[in-house]
Design a protein around this ligand. Sequence first.
Ligand code: NAD
Length: 397
Amino acid sequence: MAKIAMLGSGFIGRFYADSLQGYRSRDKIVSIYSRRTESAQRFAEDYKVAHHTTNMEEAIANPDVDIVCIALPNNLHEAAVMLCCLHRKAVMTTKPLGRNAEEAKRMLQAVEQAGIFNGYLEDLVYTPKFIKALESVKEGALGRILWAKSRETHPGPHSDWFWDIEQAGGGCILDLGCHCVEITRSYIGKDIKPVEVMCWADTQVKPIDAEDHAIGLVKYENGAIGQFEVSWTFRGGLDLRDEVMGSEGTIWINSFLRTGFDMFTSGKGANYVAEKAESNTGWLFPVGDELNELGYNHMFMDMFNAMEAGEDPKETFYDGYVVNCILDAAYRSAKSKLWEPVQLDIWRGKTGVTKDSHLTEYDADHYLVKEEVTHYGAKKVILKNKKTGKIVERVME
Ligand SMILES: NC(=O)c1ccc[n+]([C@@H]2O[C@H](COP(=O)([O-])OP(=O)(O)OC[C@H]3O[C@@H](n4cnc5c(N)ncnc54)[C@H](O)[C@@H]3O)[C@@H](O)[C@H]2O)c1
């Protein structure tokens, strides 16, 4: 059983608490920190938490606490992590790890120096669909991964601080791109180095200093390409989709707006439908078990199993740091309009990986371009002569 201090009683703090305590789990929140007494008190009542406080250090230092869960605005992650290091408390932090790579690096180095357990709470690489998809990719069902795209778009976040570039550290690139980058990086291989980023970003709708819409490409050392599409201006709910293309196969995942559950209602008795759903009448796309569909349950299971076994979880501060480095390059590219290198001072994956060959052997003299069975029953092969480079077609029957 893990005894948890929750820092933050807002949107994600409550999602986390529902996941941690909502399924007869043995893990228990024993202390809650929030900015205002009323919020801390309300959270303590709702989740039967023994101790509540408006003093962050008091929650962390509480002797009953084994692990601290940081669910605070982005600008407070670093201070909270440093207090966990000071009090030698295991720590898990919501995404993004830092507002930029510099902050993330300081946090990574601090937890490693303190020798404390550290987990990066990237829930979207723990969704049941993602776990199954990644298993298939790892078993080779898709062959060589060529392109992995992830899209997260919605009509914008739910609290003031997100919209303030100083507190949030960025706009939708940082807020949503962190999910997409870790998803696509996982499909391509977390040991494959991201090398450069090209990104378009703009503020198209909202009266803010940060970007509210962006599209980016992340090039990896093995020639694979990651793509993220993020927006705070999308209308129609929360659009969470991934596409993976490999030399032997394809995966399409729709995690939220199309989960196989469509409902029509005139609006009578209409209630909460799903996160960021914009409507509660007409045709709706509810999500059966949001906590599970969004990966929170599997994520905490991994965190606590790893902590108990004295191992690293699947996602650590190091992953959060790599994601921040990629997003920093995206911000630089959006300004320079050029491919920008990913500056990774700390890299623990493979180095010097070269692009895989794109040539498929057919026979001693030819490479295979394509096989095709036509509607008129012919089987054709299209080949390239290795010596002359000439493309030829053979009809087999
Ligand atoms: N899927 C996800 O993983 C996911 C989803 C939403 C948010 N988040 C992350 O969780 C963190 C918190 O986001 P949220 O949506 O819960 O925000 P929120 O505004 O709903 O809650 C923020 C909490 O922090 C507390 N707080 C303490 N000091 C504060 C201050 N100076 N200003 C504002 N709040 C302060 C508030 O009391 C509140 O309890 C962010 O880092 C965000 O990126 C992650």
